[in-house]
Design a protein around this ligand. Structure first.
Ligand code: FMN
Length: 361
């Protein structure tokens, strides 16, 4: 059992992994009230919306709102139960609580955070509704689901039994995005997912560059465009076609709300005296980069975000490195646009499992 005002890394991972919390408030006379809530954590505060689920009374008359206005304090419990008691855990946050009206500083950012966790909120007008914000003064947590184990490793998260296929099937390559920005926490959650991908010798031979600002996106699009023009001209393509393809690619890079450049990083891999084994070592690293990227794509989709995959950096790594002033040890491989889809993409049929398994005995 431990009590602090900051979340540990294991606690933050636990909080990110759960879907529902219980919010406790009390009225001026101390009469308690508890409700289940959807929530997000922004690194310093818990936030929960007064959303559009059917309620019997208007927002201002809700007991939790009246209680917070009377006492400005609340407690939130996030817990995890399984019949396997080696996976139990809970976190209790107690602190000051306030209502944040629409238009207040941070309101839009917190709404974006909630929408990233719960896609259902994308269809609700949260921007015109108050948010309930709890700033913890005391955090208490307990349980194997949170505790770093004796060797100092993080507790194994319990993903077993999750319905994984809808996630794998639902993810698709999106090529046009709404201008809506992607919260930093959602991008970090994608990198967190990449962190757990399998890799040769566990060395994680990949690094990521995250771009959300216009200037680096523009610099990257310009530099890659100039390179691509040269190769298309070398191929003898018509000028009009070249221009069309370049404009499309430039637009895709420039208008993506966020871009993640996935780079291979070979510096810590084994070195062999012969070329064959060295090549196998590098191929393992590339295979692992693919696994890390897929983890990121699924993590984005799980948060209500969409992603694409652009292979262009692989063809022009030096140019990409120069445009972003990257270290020479980074080998740009893929550019992953991230955002909220503007329209559903056309999608090719994926092969059946019968096509893919060539032998099963
Ligand atoms: C290594 C790799 C490179 C890709 N490069 C591009 C690309 O440059 N441009 C693009 O639009 N899609 C690219 N894609 C996405 C594929 O076109 C897409 O995954 C495929 O058509 C299947 O569609 P889905 O992702 O919607 O299931 C790439 C995918 C992979 C794995």
């Amino acid at each position: 059992m431990s009590a602090r005002a900051q979340l540990t890394e294991a606690e933050a991972a636990f909080v990110a992994g759960q879907r529902v919390a219980r919010l406790a408030t009390s009225d001026a006379s101390g009469r308690p009230h508890v409700v289940p809530v959807c929530y997000a954590w922004d690194g310093a505060r818990f936030v929960t919306p007064l959303d559009e689920k059917p309620k019997r009374v208007p927002d201002a008359a809700l007991r939790r709102v009246r209680n917070i206005e009377a006492r400005h304090e609340a407690a939130l419990v996030i817990d995890h139960y399984e019949d396997d008691w080696s996976r139990l855990g809970y976190l209790l946050a107690e602190g000051s609580a306030d209502m944040l009206p629409p238009g207040a500083p941070d309101h839009a950012e917190l709404v974006a955070l909630l929408r990233a966790r719960y896609p259902q909120y994308q269809a609700m007008a949260l921007e015109i509704r108050p948010l309930l914000v709890l700033t913890p003064q005391r955090i208490t947590s307990w349980g194997p689901a949170l505790a770093p184990d004796a060797a100092g490793r993080e507790a194994e998260p319990s993903g077993r039994g999750l319905d994984f296929l809808p996630l794998a099937r639902g993810r698709r390559s999106v090529r046009t995005f709404q201008p809506r920005p992607v919260p930093r926490a959602a991008l970090e959650a994608m990198i967190e997912a990449a962190r757990w991908a399998p890799s040769p010798h566990g060395r994680q031979p990949w690094r990521f560059v995250v771009l959300t600002q216009d200037a680096p996106k523009q610099a990257l699009a310009d530099a890659m465009g100039a390179d691509w023009r040269r190769t298309l001209e070398m191929d003898g393509q018509e000028q009009a076609i070249i221009q069309l393809r370049l404009d499309k690619s430039h637009e895709r890079i420039r208008t993506a709300p966020a871009l993640i450049l996935a780079c291979l990083y070979l510096a810590e891999l084994d070195q062999y005296p012969d070329a064959d084994r060295q090549r196998a070592e590098e191929i393992m690293a590339i295979q692992s980069l693919g696994a890390a990227i897929q983890n990121m794509l699924l993590a984005a989709y799980a948060q209500g975000l969409d992603t694409g995959w652009m292979c262009a950096p692989l063809f022009t790594p030096e140019t990409v490195r120069a445009a972003l002033a990257l270290d020479e040890a980074l080998i740009p491989h893929a550019l992953i646009p991230v955002g909220y889809e503007a329209r559903p993409p056309k999608r090719r049929l994926h092969r059946t499992i019968g096509d893919l398994i060539v032998r099963f005995e």
